[in-house]
Design a binder for this molecule. Structure first.
Ligand SMILES: Cc1ncc(COP(=O)(O)O)c(C=O)c1O
Length: 412
């Protein structure tokens, strides 16, 4: 059997029809429902090919040229390509592309810079901080002393005065900026200034905006942060995984924090897929895509507001929208369930200073499918009709099927 043939899903269908059915059912779900989860996207076929390649067989502890296993000379080329492309794409002196996930990248960043018990200042979890930013259920909250800053009750924007005040009072060893639910650009220069004032490291957890940064549609944290952590699978449109960018002076500490401190063997198929995604993100077409992601999010946010939802911060600068469905008479959890039944897939999120849960939406996946502003207007109307109880789930499901049918994520 040729290598090319092993890449084909029909091999799986022949050998394991039960599991193949799951794959095709998921492809059908992704293709016929609206993917508005802000952390998701559709990778290219080239990324999928790298993920499903024989590089998955290779053990490769260590780094290119210094592995603990034999036979790494070919996969070393893949990792050097990924590192080189990431450095060029983001203008970073150093890149570590081995992190298995965004959380693993944050863990390694803390491991590189902190000791257990150190104080860290980060966006509080009830305002959109990630689990790795001090949740008591996560290693971060157990091993470090987190202090949380918040957002302004009126505007929903990060309370910069409070950040500076807390930094002066608590003298953290590190300040983290980054969020799972903040739809606006972060002022990295401000965070750098505060970090310098109190002698703290600045860690930017850019898991969400990093794809927009790659496409030139969002400001880059690279010139400001000591360490930038990111995922590769959101707007960036690569495989599920993480990475770290930093200056040359922290390169060795970061690499050791990833391997051998927090991880074992690198996943070479994923690293190869990251290289493919970085290559794609360096093209002018990706810049066009990133700008369209933001344009779509702005239109969607504007029309959701016009439909009566409370759009947090009044809009968005990014791919992400957070909204309160409360004014339409429904809480976030009920809203997510109703929308899922109608084929509109999104997340709940925290509502800063609000009661209950809100909704978090993103435009990365639908933009990859080729949808533009007219489709965003239609999506906002469909969504609001479902929340108001004006539309039967089955009827909306049929409309969503019709809409997505015109924008297949993997044509053919
Ligand atoms: C800000 C931020 N940090 C870290 C992560 C963790 O990434 P992963 O789920 O790959 O561990 C996420 C994931 O959404 C995130 O948004």
């Amino acid at each position: 059997m040729s290598v090319t043939r092993t890449l084909e899903t029909d091999v799986l269908r022949d050998q394991d029809p039960e599991l193949a059915d799951v794959l095709f059912a998921e492809l059908d779900r992704q293709s016929t429902t609206l993917q508005l989860i802000a952390a998701e996207n559709f990778t290219s076929r080239a990324v999928l090919a790298a993920l499903g390649s024989p590089l998955a067989n290779k053990y490769a502890e260590g780094y290119p040229g210094a592995r603990h296993h034999g036979g790494c000379e070919i996969v070393d080329v893949a990792e050097r390509l990924a590192v080189g492309r990431a450095r060029t794409l983001f203008g970073a002196e150093h890149a570590n592309v081995q992190c298995h996930s965004g959380s693993a990248a944050v863990l390694a960043a803390y491991a590189a810079l902190l000791r257990p018990g150190d104080t860290v200042l980060a966006l509080g979890l009830s305002y959109g901080g990630h689990l790795t930013h001090g949740s008591p259920a996560n290693f971060s909250g157990r091993w470090f002393d987190f202090v949380g800053y918040g957002v302004d009750a009126e505007t929903g924007l990060i309370d910069h005065d409070q950040v500076r005040h807390l930094a002066r009072n608590h003298r953290p060893k590190a300040i983290v900026c980054g969020s799972i639910a903040y739809p606006r650009h972060l002022d990295y220069a401000f965070f750098r200034d505060v970090a310098d004032e109190v002698g703290a490291y600045l860690i930017a957890d850019a898991a969400h905006p990093i794809g927009l940064v790659a496409g030139g549609a969002a400001p880059s944290p690279v010139p400001y942060a000591d360490i930038v952590c990111a995922t590769t699978h959101k707007v960036l449109r690569g495989p599920r995984g993480g990475m770290i960018l930093c200056g040359a002076e922290l390169a060795e500490r970061v690499d050791r924090a990833v391997f051998p401190f927090t991880q074992g063997g690198a996943q070479m198929h994923t690293i190869a897929a990251k290289a493919v995604a970085f290559g794609e993100a360096a093209t002018p077409a990706f810049g066009t895509y990133a700008r369209q992601v933001v344009a779509n999010a702005r239109v969607l946010a504007g029309h959701l507001a016009a439909e009566g939802l409370g759009v947090i911060t009044g809009g968005t600068d990014t791919h992400m929208i957070t909204a309160d469905p409360g004014p339409l008479g429904v809480d976030g959890r009920t809203a997510r369930g109703r929308l899922a039944a109608a084929g509109i897939v999104l997340d709940c999120c925290v509502l800063p200073h609000g009661d209950g849960r809100g909704l978090r939406l993103g435009t990365a996946a639908v933009t990859t499918q080729g949808m533009g502003e007219p489709e965003m207007v239609r999506i906002a109307a469909l969504l609001a009709a479902v929340l108001r109880g004006e539309a039967e789930a089955a009827a909306t499901r049929a409309e969503v099927r019709g809409l997505t049918g015109g924008f297949p994520p993997y044509p053919g």
